[in-house]
Design a protein around this ligand. Structure first.
Ligand SMILES: [Zn+2]
Ligand SMILES: [Zn+2]
Length: 105
């Protein structure tokens, strides 16, 4: 059992993983903090920074998914670039690489 670093609840990682998987397709194991299912989902809903890191499949760099998403999704929504929004929310590469791919295609 684990103690949630956000709400202090004692939780099982398996259960948290299941709860998180109901809402998000990204793996729960990328969380840098120990978070219960609810707090994990909340953290993603609120673009909480410094909790969720992914390594870019293209360049291998570790990036803060929420920090990048908050930055880019706002401007993409303004431009109504839904193709790129889709790419952005299902990606496993960093924004730099995403924009590079986009430019080359
Ligand atoms: Zn919690
Ligand atoms: Zn990259």
């Amino acid at each position: 059992m684990q103690k949630c670093e956000s709400c202090g609840k004692i939780f099982s990682e398996e259960e948290a993983e299941r709860e998180f998987a109901d809402e998000y397709i990204m793996p729960y194991s990328n969380f840098q903090k120990k978070l219960c299912g609810k707090c994990a989902v909340n953290a993603m809903d609120n673009y909480e920074k410094g909790v969720y890191f992914m390594s870019c499949e293209n360049c291998g760099e570790l990036f803060d998914l929420n920090e990048e998403d908050e930055e880019c999704l706002g401007s993409l929504l303004e431009k109504e670039d839904y193709d790129l929004i889709n790419l952005c929310t299902t990606r496993s590469i960093c924004l730099n690489c995403l924009f590079l791919c986009r430019k080359n295609s």
